[in-house]
Design a protein around this ligand. Structure first.
Ligand SMILES: Cc1cc2nc3c(=O)[nH]c(=O)nc-3n(C[C@H](O)[C@H](O)[C@H](O)COP(=O)(O)O)c2cc1C
Length: 165
């Protein structure tokens, strides 16, 4: 299960379950929830370094990759130093078929809007907690997919490095 603390709160803000009916902390067209959240954790951050996937239904984490992958992720993002140096980064991705199956091409824009909602929640909570983030959209999709070992039907949208300001 996820460790307690700030990371836990952040995950709840991006995709956590907020009601008994299974609705989440972020609005989603048709409540289809196309987004996934991965947590890239570096050495010395409380959890074993690695990449984890957040399982909203269980409020738990699955470790997908072991080891400090921050440098590799940074390299996939034009060597962005924030990603290399931040103790934790969230990667928000979309599984488009979950939403395009109902809304067709329009589902793409809905997924992007939803990612904006999720990222905005991270910014807002950061103000309260004194934690900074910067939405990063400049990265090589295929390289990020490789680093995170994402399945073919999943595409990265945002990287959000987190750290004390
Ligand atoms: C969709 C999107 C993509 C962005 N991509 C990057 C990025 O790749 N690298 C970066 O340093 N900042 C990125 N930013 C952050 C903007 O540069 C930043 O929000 C802007 O300069 C205004 O600064 P502020 O957010 O501190 O007010 C992105 C912001 C958005 C909304």
């Amino acid at each position: 299960s996820p460790s307690r603390g700030l990371g836990d709160v952040y995950k709840r803000q991006t995709q956590g379950i907020s009601s008994k009916g299974g609705l989440r902390t972020v609005p989603s067209a048709g409540a289809l929830y196309p987004l996934e959240v991965h947590i890239v954790i570096g050495k010395g951050s409380g959890l074993e370094a690695g990449i984890y996937r957040y399982i909203a239904e269980e409020h738990s984490l699955i470790q997908e990759i072991s080891g400090d992958m921050r440098t590799k992720l940074s390299e996939a993002a034009l060597s962005e130093s924030m990603i290399k140096n931040a103790p934790v980064s969230l990667v928000i991705s979309a599984v488009y078929p979950r939403i395009t199956s109902k809304y067709g091409k329009r589902g793409l824009r809905y997924a992007h809007m939803e990612a904006g909602h999720a990222a905005q929640n991270v910014y807002l909570l950061g103000v309260e907690l004194g934690i900074g983030t910067c939405a990063v959209g400049a990265f090589d999709d295929e390289e990020v997919k490789k680093v995170l070992k994402m399945p073919a039907n999943e595409d990265p949208l945002y990287i959000l490095p987190l750290g004390y300001i």
